[in-house]
Design a protein around this ligand. Structure first.
Ligand code: ADP
Ligand code: MG
Length: 143
């Protein structure tokens, strides 16, 4: 399996619960490396654009309001099979359905405040990474 990159966002709920470090440890303990990162407070426009695939969904407005409610911690993760590995570590969108030991089971309170975003395909990962980071801001560091 090839080395991939994926986009991870630690959402406002997990940032405000002071869980950034604990969540990043989950990535690192599972073979993923943080190769770019930034604290950011999304504007309404940025959040709407990032989540535009969901714009017709009933939860869209709640999702946008939640994502702009506080700062987020955005990272590019790199490693073998990074897109799927990250999805596995994150757990189900609904924390009530997420397997024990996943980030959402352990840190999320609800389907709205569910701690993390992760790209769901290699193609979406490329687009989502380019949304937030230029190639110059991404630094692979494994020997
Ligand atoms: P994921 O984040 O697991 O990829 P989706 O891409 O389907 O999930 O949805 C994006 C985000 O929208 C979810 O992480 C969650 O915060 C929110 N969301 C999804 N489905 C619902 C729902 N049924 N009710 C409320 N919020 C939802
Ligand atoms: Mg998604």
């Amino acid at each position: 399996m090839a080395i991939q990159r994926t986009l991870s966002i630690i959402k406002p709920d997990a940032v405000s619960k002071n869980c950034i470090g604990k969540i990043i440890s989950r990535f690192e303990d599972n073979g993923l490396s943080v190769v770019a990162s930034r604290f950011h407070k999304l504007s309404t426009c940025e959040a709407e654009s990032f989540y535009s695939v969901h714009k017709e969904r009933s939860f869209f407005r709640d999702l946008i309001n939640f994502m702009i409610s506080g700062p987020v911690f955005i990272q590019v993760l790199e490693g073998e099979n990074a897109v799927q590995i990250n999805r596995n570590i994150m757990g189900d969108t609904d924390p009530k359905k997420a397997k024990k030991g996943t980030i959402r089971a352990d840190f999320a309170d609800s389907i709205d405040a569910n701690a993390v975003h992760g790209s769901d395909s290699e193609e979406n990962a490329k687009n989502e990474i380019a949304f937030f980071f230029s190639e110059m801001e991404i630094h692979s560091h494994k020997l």
